[in-house]
Each structure stands twice: as C-alpha cells, then as structure tokens.
Ligand binder design. Sequence first.
Ligand SMILES: Cc1ncc(COP(=O)(O)O)c(C=O)c1O
Length: 419
Amino acid sequence: MASSYSSSSSSSLLPSPRNPGPFGHKQRKNFFFPEGKTEFNHGSYGTFPRSVQDNMMKWHNLAEQNPDRWVRLDLKPALRKVRSQLAEFMNCSTDELALVQNTTTGVNAVLRSLEFVPGDRILQLSTGYINVDRTVHYVCDTHKDVEIIEVPVVMPMSDQEIVYQIEKAVQEHLAKNDGTRIRLAVIDWISSVPAVVHPVKALVDMLKSYGILVLVDGAHAIGQVPVDLTYLNADFVITNCHKWLYSVRGSAVLYVPKRHQHLIHPTSIQGDYKGGFEMEFSWNGTMDYSTILSIEGALEFRKQYGEKAIINYMHKLAIQGGKIMAEILGTNVLTPHDQQVGSMFNVRLPIKNINHPKIQTPDYLIRLLLEKYNLYSPSYTHGGYFWTRVSAQIYLEIEDFVHLANVWKEVIEELNAEE
Ligand SMILES: Cc1ncc(COP(=O)(O)O)c(C=O)c1O
C-alpha cells in the first residue's frame, strides 16, 4: 500500500492548488456554505456535499413511507450493501465490517468488550484523543490491576523516532519482568492535535511482533489517506466516515477480523446478543439509520473525481497552505516531513506568552474567531508552543489560507500587545 497517492513523476498531471481542476472554490456550490463563510476545520466534524444529503433523504423517506417494511425487511440488506461498498473501498471482507455512529462508539465497543485480567496493561500515546483516553481510563478504573502505559509523543519526531519511542516503552516493560503483560496498544492513524499521520503499518507490525493486540484509532483516516485494511493487518480499526469521506455526521465503520469477532460486542447490547458479529452490529435499537447509509452517497460523490485526485489535491494544498501561513506568521509548521501530513497541518502561532489568560479562557478564541471573523481553526499548546490546526479540503484554495493567516496574525498581535 502506498502511504500516499502522490508521486513526483505523475504530479504534473494531477490537480494542484495552482491548477485545481474540478476542485477549489468551484466546489463551494456542491456544499452548503453561505456566502462569506470559509471552512478551515473539516477535521473536527466534517461536512458533506448536497448530493450526500439527497442520498440520506432517500433512506429517510424510505423509512417514513413504510416503517415496518423498512425496519423488518429492507434495513439490513441496505446496511449490508453499504458495508460491501466500504469493504471494496478499504480492501477487506464485508463480514469484517460493522457500521457504527462514530469513533467513540467503535472504540468503546472494542475496549469494553475485551476481557482484561489482572496484570494486563494498555499502551497508549500521550497525543491520543480525549474520548479514547477516557475510555481506556474507564476500563482501568473498572478492572483490578489493569493499568495504562502512556508513551510521551512530543512532535516534531520522525516516523523512525515515533516507532523507536513506542518500542522502547514495550522493551522497558518487558525488562521489568514483573508478571504483567501489555495486552493492547491503542494508536492513532492520524492524531487530532497535533495532526500527525503516524507510521501506522510499521507500528502495527512492531507491536504485533511482541504479541500485543493493536487498536487503530483511524478517526481521520478514511477519505484523507489511502486505507488498505488487509495490508495493514491490525486487530481492530475504527474510522469515521463523517469526517473526510463526506457522509453525514453519525457514520463510522469498525473493522474486526474474523479471528477476533467472538470477542467484540456493540456498546449497546440488544436482542441479537450472541447472534454473531453481523447481527449484533446491524441493529442498534430504534434510531435513524439514514446518516450511516449516506456513506453510499459519499462514495458516489467521490467516484466522479477519483480517490487519487481528491487526496492529492487536499495533501498538496495542506503542504502549500502550511508554508504560506508559516511565512505570513513568521513561524513554522510542526511536521516538516511531508508523509506526516495528510490534509491537516499545524502552524505555530507567534504568541509571546502561551499562558496568556485569554487563551486559557475556554471559548475566548472560539467566540472571537467565529463571531468577529466568521471562521475557525482550533488552537492548542504542544511542546511549549501555541499552534493552530488547519484542514485543507477540495473546496479551498491557497488564497483562503492567506486570509486565515492574516486573521490569526491580527488576533495574536492584539494579545501580544496586552502583555
Ligand atoms: C483522533 C480522534 N479520535 C477519535 C475522535 C472521536 O470521533 P467522534 O467524535 O466521531 O466519536 C476524534 C474526533 O475528532 C479524533 O480526532
């Protein structure tokens, strides 16, 4: 599996931020943004094209026209069809996939199904997502002598350093020889803040060579980077379709290979308990399944442009956007290695005091950016500096990042002047 679709020999034939082909501002008409609103935070909650909403409404209407027929006869085949489309997209078997509402639900299904015993350890990274981290804590709190081994990740680090640090933690644990074992490792495919594409295949292979089960939090993976689950060969993978794939919010997919399916149950147990993986995950109680089924519409939307074209456009825009924003702000991007960038980049904000009371005040910057400037990119501290995470997307062009950089420049200059 290529880590990226981009290759220098063919790059001139591919859409680029300067020559965007079908992408850039002409895509705005396919999305819902009103005039004057530019979206820089696709990574948090995603958003979907109008045609995907039409697809969702198709399912919604089918359900309302005949609720009994829908639930009792048509829903399960519809879910199976979407799973088979996703299986083709991610190179795995339909039977290995379950549709769930989001990554939080998928991670909970895995972590709360596995039977941990005293002496089990769960390895995770300091940059893991809060919901995942809290779920791991919950598992430890509710099991006797199950503890966390947290590996500190402070970027910038090369891929080799990331693998090295995690392997070092595994070896240090083994050297203690205290009768405990690392049962499971939870690693990000693409972490949230900072946004970093991890060397996921190397990590899975290394951790599995120590007999450790690997749960990959791929919340940001599908639609942002090529995903080949058979090649990856992880034990569990969860990925949100409502972020980068463009389906409606509340749609994600959990991969559990056959060898582990007897271990895993959905977060909400229902009447099909012990009915097998497919049955248990195909009914979640009464709810609206049209968001999950809108994955069909998302895949249709993407097909008209091709995966390579979409991913390469976003990636190149992220690389160039990062450079231009760093230049305007007089700073740098966090991940100078291009393979650690998917469609999101982290650019340093030149604040003099990272403890400035206003940036410590919840919602201050959120309100300022949304209410005064009608835009938003999340900010956070990492490694002693203050950063913003910016998402590139097919509806953006390089000039948008110039605007965002100038807004942040103004905001930070005002804060610095107060010091
Ligand atoms: C790395 C990572 N994991 C998990 C999640 C949780 O995703 P969701 O809110 O869809 O459950 C997110 C959300 O942004 C994330 O960035």
